[in-house]
Write a protein that binds this ligand. Structure first.
Ligand code: SF4
Length: 698
């Protein structure tokens, strides 16, 4: 699989978190890659975190699937693709388009995502395509759309460096977005930026915090309601900006009704926060999974957005709300409509004019006319037989979904399951009828969009191993075999990008914020040379920030404040008396299919663990490094005990990465409560009632 060593490194993009760092990858004559940070990439200016630096250790052949497999035996591509096309076509003919589904991933490149979305929504005629990004940032999407009328991230990374005060809420930036954290830490050194961390846990991010608020779990909306009331009390509502907002008085009424005691904070802590935020015009509020992964995540997002809208602190240098995405291409997936309730280019599936425009552009025979099933509901439909054919692409839901045991059983019981993956032995791939070998990060051409709306090229640096193929090509070949060869006839990722850009021009004419029509008809050469750029890029808009002019994307042009009634998290019980929090560790990614290949990365934290407060550990007779059995109403995990006062009493923490293939099983997804936010459909992955006891081996 070695390529000729180039004379120059190849510019590409890191495939892990949403920071989207530029990477210089130099293939070695004997195989593998030398990895450096790209000094010219505006996301990282040459920096890389430990995961990005170790990319060269994860590109070998270990574990790679090299040929298609059908029912465990090796098969040819034609046989496997024909089988998928036939089973999907037969199922649709017998049971209708809503009897099939795709479950995809924020790891896919935008071009892959575009093809999957086009096939399902325009040609199969269902919107049953959802993504693991549903577990990550769906509440931010829903909050943006309620407030702005569009899923728009208003600001840029440089805002964190220009701010006087940066609030990190529900975000362990130091571990989950390390290079952005490094940029913030450097700015703090030179500018004296005040940093506030709001998190029930004392995470590594607290190392640079001027103030850490260990608020009561789930009380974020109450905290930001109190801030909104304080903004009003101090006369900081911007009257000119507020004239362009709907819902101000209702939001204020809800805010004034919020009780300070609901946050669990001391009066002095709360006052310090209110003072720092309100006295800093240049304030950025960064938020992530601690906000999104909640059964009231959308309300929490809107409680934050309300404060920036009321003060007009949005879209100007050094100020604004900022949702940082977990995955490398969560944003690209949103741009192509990779969520079950969206259309391509930020158009709306429930808007007939939007649907007609996309259908006309695609010359699509049967356009989906209603939202499809979101992730949790999709696997419920697999379980009860409504979904009879499922294609899982580039993700491992048998580990990562909430209530993962039930999800694994549902996949195992489905009439027909295809999986496309780099690896043939994941917990999910082992349940599939057909497993297809897909190319990985170093072998693919395409684009990704990072958290600040910057689109960057991912470039092929190594040849595909064995018979592995690109995801867009696999999808297009199935689309052709299902009878739509003209619509899926691209010969390169560049052609797909050009088509997506042309469609964005159609969307832009309908008022969509996402418009990159400058690149419609881009040549293969220009695509190859494409430099990182911010969207929008069109005749009328060239990158930059949104909303400083007070113009939003609701039909009346106004922004919208939402009246938020803070919801406490689900109550605990005598049977399940602990509230389990979950999240990532610094050196691993998702279910470790790649980072697990690097001995260096595995040294940081070698096995699944449970962080437990010393008083809880003593009460449970759990010594440090002993094994704990953790049970929820949904499943069980066995975890190594880490006794620490970084977590509060009653609120243990466990990382999400380990799979059913580790012993003892650290598969934390099996524990997680599948309750979802009713607006966004995002599961409440940070709040599961559990019981903990010493593990006694059978
Ligand atoms: Fe990759 Fe994120 Fe690390 Fe940058 S910060 S190198 S994108 S994992």
């Amino acid at each position: 699989m070695n390529m000729q060593a180039p004379t120059r490194p190849i510019r590409t993009t890191c495939p892990y978190c949403g920071v989207g760092c530029g990477v210089l990858a130099t293939p070695l004559a004997g195989g593998g890659l030398v990895i450096e940070g790209d000094p010219d990439h505006p996301a990282n200016f040459g920096r890389l975190c430990v995961k990005g630096s170790a990319l060269g250790e994860t590109v070998g052949l270990k574990g790679r699937l090299l040929t298609p497999r059908i029912d465990g035996r090796e098969a040819g591509w034609d046989e496997a693709l024909d089988l998928i096309a036939r089973r999907f076509s037969e199922t649709i003919a017998r049971h209708g388009p809503d009897s099939v589904a795709f479950y995809v991933s924020g790891q896919l490149l935008t071009e892959d995502y575009y093809v999957a979305n086009k096939l399902m929504k325009g040609f199969i005629g269902s919107a049953n395509i959802d993504t693991n990004s549903r577990l990550c940032m769906a509440s931010s999407v829903a909050g943006h759309r309620r407030a702005f009328g569009s899923d728009t991230v208003p600001g840029l990374y440089e805002d964190l460096e220009q701010a006087d005060c940066v609030v990190l809420v529900g975000s362990n930036l130091a571990w989950c977005h390390p290079v952005l954290y490094q940029r913030l830490a450097a700015a703090r050194e030179t500018r004296g930026t005040k940093v506030i961390v709001i998190d029930p846990r004392r995470t590594a991010t607290c190392d640079i915090a001027d103030l850490h608020l260990a608020l009561a779990p789930g009380s974020d909306a109450a905290l930001f309601n109190l801030l909104l009331a304080e903004i009003d009390r101090r006369g900081l509502i911007d009257p000119a900006f507020a004239a362009n907002l709907d819902g101000l008085s209702e939001a204020l009424t809800a805010a004034r009704a919020t009780l300070p005691s609901s946050t669990g904070l001391m009066h002095s802590e709360l006052q310090r926060f209110l003072q720092l935020w309100t006295s800093s015009e240049k304030v950025v509020t960064v938020y992530s999974q601690g906000i999104n992964q909640s059964d009231s995540g959308t309300d929490k997002v809107n409680a934050i957005l309300n404060c920036h809208l009321a003060t007009g602190r949005i879209g100007r240098p050094g100020m604004g709300p900022f949702s940082v995405t977990g995955q490398p291409n969560a944003m690209g997936g949103r741009e192509v409509g990779g969520l079950a309730n969206m259309l391509a280019c930020h158009l709306e599936i429930e808007n007939p004019a939007h649907r007609d425009a996309v259908q006309g552009f695609w010359a699509a025979p049967r356009m989906a006319s209603k939202p499809g099933l979101k992730a949790v509901d999709m696997f419920r439909a697999v379980e009860d037989g409504r979904i009879k054919a499922l294609w899982i692409i580039c993700t491992n839901p048998a580990v990562s979904m909430p209530e993962a045991d039930r999800v694994a059983r549902a996949i195992a019981g489905c009439d027909f399951v295809a999986v496309s993956d780099m690896f043939g032995d994941t917990d999910t791939a082992r349940l599939a009828h057909v497993v297809l070998p897909a190319t990985g990060w170093a072998e693919k051409d395409g684009t990704v969009t990072n958290s600040e709306r910057r689109i960057s090229r991912q470039r092929r640096t190594l040849a595909a191993p064995g018979q592995a193929r690109d995801d867009w090509r696999i999808l297009a070949e199935v689309g052709s075999r299902m009878g739509w060869s003209d619509a899926f006839a691209w010969s390169s990722a560049a052609e797909i990008f050009a088509e997506h850009a042309a469609l964005s021009g159609v969307a832009g004419a309908l008022g969509s914020d996402f418009d990159i029509s400058d690149y419609a008809g881009i040549t293969a050469q220009d695509y190859d040379r494409l430099q990182p750029f911010l969207w929008p890029q069109s005749a009328t808009r060239k990158g930059g920030r949104f909303f400083a002019d007070g113009r939003f994307h609701h039909p009346n042009g106004k922004g919208r404040m939402i009246a938020v009634a803070p919801m406490p998290p689900q109550p605990l019980s005598r049977e399940y008396p602990f509230r389990l929090n979950t999240g990532r560790v610094r050196d691993h990614w998702h279910t470790m299919t790649r980072t697990g290949l690097s001995p260096r990365l595995s040294r940081h934290l070698a096995e699944p663990y449970l962080e437990l407060h010393p008083e809880d550990a003593a009460a449970l007779s759990l010594a440090p490094a002993s094994l704990a059995q953790v049970d929820s109403p949904y499943g069980r995990a066995i975890l190594r005990v880490l006794v620490t006062d970084r977590v509060a009493r009653g609120h243990p923490f466990a990382p999400i990465h380990w799979t059913g293939q580790t012993a003892p099983s650290g598969r934390v997804g099996a524990l997680i409560d599948p309750t979802i936010d009713p607006v966004s459909g995002q599961p409440a992955s940070k709040s599961t009632a559990v019981v903990i006891r010493p593990f006694a081996a059978a």
